[in-house]
Design a protein around this ligand. Structure first.
Ligand code: SAH
Length: 352
């Protein structure tokens, strides 16, 4: 007979349970187990990164997207979105503002928008890197050919975020139209790693049709892929999407998965996401206490933020970047950690 207390105690850093054991733990763990795991995950995180929390300035530069992921607010099938694209100068001015505020990582995120050619993206990356050699550039613009990933890497991009969304192929097919394939998504992640990017995978907790077994699989999948970063946030229903009537992911499940991922991959860079801050007023602080060590405040121009709503009720829509940063900084201090200016690379990974 499985017992959550015993399973929880077996979870030393880097130790994995079996799929069955994780499933049992996820289905049966008590408040006390969750608190124990969170505490342990924070301890493990601090053994590598101390109380430092890294910040990434997120620039949402386009909400055009050719894909139609059922959960996402900016999917191409949503006719109720007012679409925008930031021009090169606008993007660069977000970077300048962020640099002045102490950001040393810029994340260029967007829908899969073919209006930007690979050359344009590459040139943007090299301009940022030339101007600020002390900064890291992260791209988060979906699935591309290996050659394109390689080209952007050669232009100076350091990191790439591409959530796999779910480790289970059948589940993936329930969340995406048939043009999108789980194998292709995972292949992209392996390409990114092989090229030398600090690579971020990730998934939503509480997405429609997700089971405890799916979540158990996440941990085994991540251990195998061994990414440098893992983005985890609760699913949040978007009113114009086919999943508008599905319940949001819970705070507890997201925190539990953060802790389990921290314990499985002790050195991983783990953001406490905006989605977590959206479902609970203290979500991001609790995320840090459960083992996260990255926050990603928004640097997009205030005028376009409303339009980049992947889900409903997203927070920080109105504040200027500086306000957002100060507010987050205070939140992070309230749980005994502090935001640092350092680039925050994966431990032991030296990159230009
Ligand atoms: N187009 C890029 C990045 C933008 S989407 C890409 O494909 O990687 C960034 C992430 O937001 C997605 O990977 C997804 O996990 C998350 N997301 C989208 N819709 C969401 C929703 N309704 N609730 C919570 N997270 C969502």
């Amino acid at each position: 007979m499985l017992n959550t207390k015993l399973l929880v105690r077996r979870l030393q850093p880097g130790v994995l349970l079996s799929e069955e054991e994780y499933t049992f733990l996820i289905e049966n763990c008590t408040e006390e187990d969750r608190e124990y795991l969170a505490h342990k995950a924070r301890e493990v995180c601090e053994s590598y990164y101390g109380k430092d929390i890294y910040v990434r300035g997120l620039i949402e530069f386009t909400n055009y997207c050719r894909n139609n992921c059922y959960y996402c607010g900016i999917r191409c099938g949503n006719g109720n979105v007012s679409r925008y694209r930031l021009g090169r100068e606008e993007i660069l001015s977000c970077v300048e503002e962020g640099y002045g505020l102490g950001f040393r990582t810029f994340v260029l995120q967007g829908g899969e928008d073919l209006a930007y050619t690979p050359e344009e993206i590459g040139s943007l990356v090299s301009v940022i890197k030339k101007k600020h050699a002390d900064c890291a550039v992260t791209l988060s613009i979906g699935e591309w050919e290996r050659e394109v990933y390689q080209y952007w890497f050669d232009c100076g991009a350091n990191r790439y975020l591409l959530r796999h969304e779910t480790a289970d192929k059948n589940h993936y097919e329930k969340l995406h139209p048939k043009e999108l394939s789980w194998e292709r998504r995972v292949e992209c992640l392996y390409h990114l790693k092989e090229i030398g990017y600090q690579t971020g995978a990730g998934f939503m907790t509480g997405s429609p049709y997700q089971t405890a077994k799916n979540l158990a699989k996440e941990l085994l999948f991540l251990k195998e892929l061994n990414p440098h970063m893992v983005g985890i946030g609760p699913f949040i229903a978007q009113k114009d999407s086919p999943f508008s009537d599905y319940p949001n992911g819970t705070l507890q499940m997201c925190l539990l998965m953060l802790s389990l991922v921290r314990l499985a991959l002790p050195k991983v860079l783990l953001p406490s996401t905006t989605a977590l801050g959206t479902i609970h007023p203290n979500g991001r602080e609790l995320g840090i206490l459960a083992g996260a060590n990255v926050v990603m405040p928004n640097l997009s121009p205030v005028g376009v933020r409303e339009k980049y709503q992947l889900y409903d009720n997203k927070i920080c829509m109105g504040e200027e970047s500086a306000q957002c940063r100060d507010w987050l900084s205070a939140r992070v201090e309230s749980v005994g950690c502090h935001i640092v200016t350092a680039r925050g690379d994966y431990i032991g990974m030296v990159q230009k």
